[in-house]
Write a protein that binds this ligand. Structure first.
Ligand SMILES: NC(=O)c1ccc[n+]([C@@H]2O[C@H](COP(=O)([O-])OP(=O)(O)OC[C@H]3O[C@@H](n4cnc5c(N)ncnc54)[C@H](O)[C@@H]3O)[C@@H](O)[C@H]2O)c1
Length: 339
């Protein structure tokens, strides 16, 4: 089925190269647009049947069904709107665009034309995240108290967006997916060191609070000696650690918690008891999340289904970062999300 679809790519840079490989392996890679002629020549050499251009307008003449946009964030909105208005289904990298107003416009452009708008929240296609979601849905973790996420490394330091825009979309998407809800309030702190004059933060701490009192804290840094990709989900019954840097033990389920206990004497006070049990390492079949993400785009075009990482999720994600940045400037003032 997927051979019949023609999918294009706008932006074949560092990350876009992964789309080139995956769209090609799925048999749908039809055309590529990039401002860099050298990049296009290299792709043409590897994939001679793929059409190349430096202009999105020219790409529109190539009869595409869908298109992936993986340029730098600043170019997502203009290219996305142009493609959607021309009736092309769009899959846009994270963050969806630079403002919630632009994100809403993209969503409305897609919805009014019954087109798929998907955003590159790749970790929603990671089998470990799917596994944790299953544990939450089945009640195995109990009530989810909080999620902590840490995403750190040295570089890539972006010049036009701070680290929250660059890295936090992934963790926000995971938190929203796992808790199946949008937060009611946002607050953030952070600091700019390397690009202090430009006020571009290198490290940020974002806190999301939910209506059911659960919360999430998200640390992002591109100024860290170690590459860390760590998510912890703390539930009333069990706790899960997802370490994406650990090649063998990505997931650990801790049978740990704290319970209120009663003394045997009637009328006596309760006390807190620490429960410390086994640690399980569930098997999670290794798959390439980006391939699953590309397959989701294809499936959604073919069936009209809403993608797991929908445009509306992209909108909420952008809105949370926008508010996070506003809170940052106000030294961590909590802001209501209205989501
Ligand atoms: N999902 C992930 O894990 C992940 C990882 C890295 C980057 N990203 C996202 O992917 C996007 C690209 O990041 P990158 O690191 O590959 O950037 P990059 O700078 O390496 O590549 C961007 C490419 O887009 C091209 N380009 C820019 N404007 C264009 C336009 N108007 N028309 C056509 N081509 C244009 C550039 O020539 C360049 O080749 C960003 O949105 C980034 O946030 C996602």
């Amino acid at each position: 089925m997927s051979e019949q679809l023609k999918i294009g790519l706008v932006g074949a840079g560092n990350w876009g190269a992964n789309y080139v490989r995956n769209l090609s392996s799925l048999g749908v890679f039809s055309a590529v647009c990039d401002l860099d002629e050298n990049r296009l020549a290299k792709i043409k050499a590897d994939y001679p049947t793929v059409r190349t251009t430096t202009s999105v307008d020219e790409l529109l003449e190539m009869g595409l069904d869908g298109c992936v946009i993986a340029t730098h964030t600043q170019a997502h909105y203009e290219a996305g709107l142009k493609l959607l208005e021309a009736g092309v289904h769009c899959h846009i990298e994270k963050p969806l665009c630079e403002s919630s107003a632009q994100a809403l416009e993209l969503c409305e452009a897609a919805e009014s034309r019954n087109l798929v708008l998907m955003v590159g929240h790749i970790l929603l296609y990671h089998p470990a995240v799917e596994f944790i979601r299953g544990m939450i849905e089945s009640g195995e973790l109990g009530q989810v108290y909080y999620i902590s996420a840490t995403r750190c490394n040295l570089g890539v330091i972006r010049r036009h967006e701070n680290v929250m825009w660059s890295m936090a979309p992934h963790d926000i998407s995971i938190v929203q997916y796992l808790l199946n809800d949008d937060p009611v309030s946002v607050s953030a702190t952070g600091q700019s060191f390397v690009q202090a004059d430009e006020g571009i933060e290198d490290v940020t701490h974002l806190t999301l609070k939910f209506a059911d009192r659960s919360m999430a804290s998200i640390t992002s840094s591109w100024l860290d000696p170690e590459k860390v990709r760590l998510i912890k989900v703390v539930g009333s019954e069990k706790m899960v650690v997802f370490d994406d840097m650990d090649p063998r033990y990505k997931l650990q389920v801790h049978e740990k918690g704290v319970d209120w206990q009663k003394f045997v004497e009637p009328g006596s006070a309760s006390f807190l008891s620490i429960r410390s049990g086994d640690v399980h390492i569930p098997f999670v079949k290794p798959t390439e999340p980006l391939k699953a993400e590309c397959q989701e785009f294809i499936d959604c075009i073919q069936t009209g289904r809403t993608p797991r990482s929908s445009g509306r999720q992209g909108y909420a994600n952008v809105k949370l970062i926008e508010l996070g940045c506003e809170s940052l400037k106000g030294n961590g003032t909590p802001l209501m999300t209205g989501l």
